[in-house]
Design a binder for this molecule. Structure first.
Ligand code: KIV
Length: 245
């Protein structure tokens, strides 16, 4: 599983072996240059979801419910989720368990599949005091197990676990029957998710859990510099690249 935010990359991802694509609220960071995911809105998420859906009709598409969109009551929650589904998502993802399970059941009963998200849930940046590994103590690990069971009971079809120790991920996945998708949760998870721009090396963000499969930034910069050099030396455009009467 990888994230995607725009049509051009969606067309590329559609031709790969990736099973599942997430229009993450990390689009606030990656596409809009925000410091956290907190400024993401339903409007932003729906726009990106629509663009991605057009490019990858063949993939299972999950879209993130942004900050506070699950906390304004059932009616607001289902309207927000509905906007993502009508924009082309097959499911929505919701961060955190406490206070969300009732809405999750309601969405699931209304035909909206829900993926859970536990651990270092970025929308809790202020509550966590920054981006910190979660589930380290026995009590914190036990709480994650309880939350994962609650999400499963509410009807989630899978759970993302972000930045937790492998031992905690093992305890969580051992306690549930639905797939656990890890990001910084070790190899015990049933699947993995990464931010597309991190794994393709387009961002300077390189935490321990990211493996870069491409030097995207390096390739783009050298291509742009080659273009500049050709324009400056007159090597571009040639006659073949120009029109004649
Ligand atoms: O927004 C996001 O990109 C995410 C994943 C990294 C899990 O939630």
């Amino acid at each position: 599983m990888a994230t995607c935010y725009d049509y051009t990359f969606a067309c590329l991802v559609n031709d790969t072996d990736i099973d599942c694509v997430l229009v993450g609220d990390s689009c606030a960071n990656v596409m809009h240059g925000e410091e956290t995911t907190i400024p993401a809105t339903i409007r932003m998420m729906a726009e990106h979801t629509r663009a991605v859906h057009r490019g990858l009709p063949g993939k299972f598409l999950v879209a993130d419910m942004p900050f506070l969109s699950t906390r304004l009551g059932r009616k607001h929650g289902i309207q927000a989720a509905g906007k993502l589904i009508t924009a082309g998502a097959d499911a929505v993802k919701i961060e955190g368990a406490d206070g969300n399970t009732e809405l999750i059941s309601y969405l699931v009963q209304s035909g909206i599949p829900v993926m859970g998200h536990l651990g270092l849930t970025p929308q809790f940046y202020h509550a966590f005091g920054g981006y910190k590994i979660q589930g380290k103590s026995d009590a914190a690990a036990e709480k994650l197990v309880t939350d994962a069971r609650a999400l499963q009971n509410a009807g989630c079809f899978a759970i993302v676990a972000e930045c937790i120790p492998s031992e905690t991920a093992q305890a969580v996945t051992g306690a549930i029957d639905i797939p656990l998708i890890g990001i910084g949760a070790g190899a015990v998870a049933d699947g993995q998710v990464l931010v597309l721009h991190d794994l393709l090396g387009f961002t300077s963000f390189k935490p321990k859990f990211v493996r870069q499969y491409l030097d995207g930034a390096g390739l783009v910069k050298s291509a742009l510099n080659a273009y500049c050099a050709d324009v400056r030396t007159g090597a571009f455009p040639t006659e073949k690249e120009s029109f004649t009467k």
